[in-house]
Design a protein around this ligand. Structure first.
Ligand code: MEV
Length: 457
């Protein structure tokens, strides 16, 4: 490295570099860490040790993890927990969740146990269709383009057959291809809209490869069309990409019981009052965007944790879920409740474009283990599990909110984080757990309690 930044000694100040580094990605992992600790840390030795401490002991595993990303330095640990006793369609799952928020696994486990004795979760697939577009600009009479598309639709489909044949053997592939006229929204703007079934794969690479090929073939067809004028032969492919909005790749999970079965002495209200208060909370999530956002955040606490644990793309799932929540123009809570004929029915319908084969699902050792734990589900069963955990999490959150409030459970879990922060020893932790059983937990109250213990000793 010939950059003046790199000549600094390890004890140099933490003044951030002002000259951009060149060729960083070409450095070895050790060289990257050296660069960072020299330039961004006052205690470079401590920082170097910390980076290395989180390397995996097994070099082959570490290499695999390094290659998931770029400029990798080390690993960033999240706990992988499990929720046992999740009964879905009469099958008992132990569901893995990778999440750092302390109360999420506990709340899911509590909700799973609650519904275990009330028939469990009933989940069904509402569709498996994924989509993607070639977005392009063409200036001319739309009907002329439509006629050309109709004439060559088959040729377009054949042009991607080498890419789709394997997926077809598995029962999927490209389901349809259409020309969409969007010239009313943007001059000259059209789409080739592809519809896909990607079976057990999330299918992003498959869809994107097909779309890019379609884009090239379509441009060639238009350029070579003898009946077109010179200007009609011009077509600009703006981009070819799958859409993460997949409302037709959707799953519903439902729980249901009689009102009496909701009875819980700790609620300090009757089962009927609880059910109505719960239903009101759901209605509020449908009409108020500020509440809807938090409500859905709770749902995605459950969804994301399973999606991450199984090596799926949680950003895609979140983006789609939130777009779906706003499908009628207002962002609303995703879950639904019905109280009818003495029964309480709570459900969640959510689009989930996830897979159980390919990508990280088969590369990440923990994702593999998580999928094994779930009995190697296909994509459909995985969608059912994920949606059910979203529903469980939402049930747990709303139940707490309309009864004891959320802080009681949250702070109980957070106590451990505070004790860790205060570097409490085992004896202090045990005494604090007992003491705060019936005391208000805050950082201040815990700090004062631990200081009191330490002074006393
Ligand atoms: C916290 O992570 C999630 C909740 O805020 C969700 C909700 O309010 O429904 C508890």
């Amino acid at each position: 490295m010939n950059n003046e930044l790199n000549t600094k000694t390890p004890s140099a100040s933490v003044q951030m570099p002002t000259i951009p580094v060149k060729g960083f990605s070409k450095l070895s992992k050790i060289e990257k860490i050296d660069f960072l600790v020299r330039n961004y840390f006052s205690n470079s030795d401590a920082a170097r040790i910390q980076f290395k401490k989180f390397w995996h002991a097994d070099e082959a595993i570490q290499r695999t993890i390094d290659e998931f990303s770029e400029n990798t330095l080390t690993n960033f640990s999240f706990p992988l927990g499990v929720v046992p006793n999740v009964l879905i369609n009469n099958k008992l799952y132990c569901v893995p969740m990778a999440i750092e928020e302390s109360s999420v696994v506990a709340a899911s486990a509590k909700a799973a146990n609650f519904w275990l004795t009330r028939g469990g979760f009933k989940a069904e697939i509402l569709g498996l269709k994924k989509v993607g577009q070639v977005h392009f600009i063409w200036n001319g009479e739309p009907l002329k383009l439509q006629n050309l598309f109709n004439k060559y639709k088959n040729e377009l489909i054949v042009s991607v057959s080498s890419l789709t044949s394997n997926m077809e053997k598995r029962g999927g592939g490209m389901l349809d291809l259409r020309l969409v006229d969007r010239t009313h929204d943007e001059p000259g703007y059209f789409q080739l809209l592809g519809e896909f079934n990607t079976c057990d794969a999330m299918g992003a690479n498959f869809i994107n490869s097909v779309l890019e090929t379609l884009g090239r073939t379509w441009k060639n067809i238009v350029m070579g069309e003898v009946s077109f004028t010179d200007s009609e032969k011009e077509l600009q492919v703006v981009m070819a990409i799958l859409s993460n909005y997949t409302p037709e790749c959707r799953v519903r999970s439902t729980v249901e019981c009689s009102i009496e079965e909701l009875n819980d002495p700790s609620f300090e209200m009757s089962a009927q009052e609880f059910a109505e208060k719960f239903a009101r909370a759901i209605r509020i999530s449908k009409i108020d965007v500020t509440r809807a956002t938090t409500h859905n955040k709770g749902i995605f606490n459950g969804i994301d944790a399973v999606v991450i644990a199984t090596g799926n793309d949680f950003r895609a799932v979140e983006a789609c879920g939130h777009a779906y929540a706003a499908r009628d123009g207002q962002y609303r809570g995703l879950s639904d409740v019905e109280i009818k004929d003495g029964r309480f029915r709570f459900s969640l319908e959510v689009p989930l474009a996830i897979g159980s084969v390919g990508g990280l699902t088969s590369l990440h050792p923990m994702a593999k283990l998580s999928l094994d734990m779930l009995g190697r589900p296909g994509a459909e069963d995985l969608m059912k599990v994920v949606a059910s955990l979203g529903l469980a999490q939402n049930f747990g959150a709303v139940r707490s909110l309309v009864t004891s409030g959320i802080q009681k459970g949250h702070m109980k879990m957070h106590l451990m984080n505070i004790l860790n922060h205060l570097e409490a020893n085992e004896a202090e932790r045990e005494r604090a757990k007992v003491y705060f059983e019936n005391e208000v937990i805050s950082f201040k109250s815990v700090r004062e309690y631990i200081a009191g213990l330490r002074n006393y000793v």
